[in-house]
Design a binder for this molecule. Structure first.
Ligand code: ATP
Length: 224
């Protein structure tokens, strides 16, 4: 569903990314690695339509992201769950309300989705913390809440930017297990990470490929 065809991006001045080709087949699991500043976040943003390429094309469901109007993009974005590097919670809303936000924004009846919401909070191990505010949570809890929010709309694709950036090994493992479980359910997963130990640990759980972005070049490694 996501395809980059000779895609590039420039924030102005010298181009950051150019000529990138990538296909993410349904049900695949990819890690994206590369040095700090290589453009991993930028590439992820291209993949979920948050940025439009300044050269080449990014296709979502076969459609060039530059042709989507605001509503069209919002519709396709509901099928892609994103876990942002900094989680991006609304601090005065509870974790439960934050996780439910995509439902609220898309006009769904949150009360009618209460069971689904509770099951999701239990799945990420946050049922006891559902009424806490985001600043009251640990880093690992925040990341799991961000994952719950990313999957509340039952997306086909999950894109996570450094989801284990600031959390300890045990919590990283827990998050990896959740992502692996989503992948076993058939979801496409793309995870940017610096954590090579996490990738090694993933071997036991998923069949993944490692994409490496460096100096504007994207290379695909062998399957794990
Ligand atoms: N909004 C922006 N405007 C201008 N330059 C930007 C913007 N966002 C990112 N950049 C620059 O683009 C480059 C790539 O940034 P990006 O965040 O995509 O890299 P990254 O590989 O994800 O880095 P990290 O691993 O440190 O998170 C960096 O040099 C960054 O400063």
């Amino acid at each position: 569903m996501i395809e980059l065809q000779s895609a590039g991006y420039s924030y102005g001045g010298a181009g950051l990314l150019a000529g990138l080709d990538l296909g993410l087949p349904p049900g695949s699991f990819h890690f994206l690695i590369g040095p700090s500043g290589a453009g991993k976040t930028t590439l992820l943003r291209l993949c979920y339509g948050d940025l439009k390429p300044t050269s080449g094309q990014v296709l979502l469901d076969g459609r060039d992201t530059r042709t989507f109007d605001r509503d069209g993009l919002a519709r396709i974005r509901r099928r892609i769950g994103v876990v942002h590097q900094d989680c991006q919670f609304i601090d005065h809303l509870s974790i439960r309300e934050n996780v439910a936000l995509p439902l609220t924004v898309s006009g769904r009846d949150v009360a009618a989705e209460a069971t689904n919401l509770d099951q999701l909070l239990s799945w990420v191990g946050l049922a006891p913390r559902a009424n806490a505010l985001p600043p009251e949570l640990s880093g690992g809890e925040r990341q799991r809440a961000a994952l719950a929010r990313a999957v509340i709309m039952d997306p086909e694709i999950i894109i996570a930017d450094e989801p284990t950036g600031n959390i300890d090994w045990e919590m990283s493992q827990r998050l990896l297990s959740l992502l692996a479980e989503l992948n076993r359910m058939g979801k496409t997963v793309l995870v940017a990470t610096h954590d090579l130990a996490l990738i090694r640990a993933a071997k036991a759980q998923v069949s993944a490929r490692v994409l490496r972005l460096a100096n504007g070049v994207l290379t695909t490694g062998a399957a794990l």
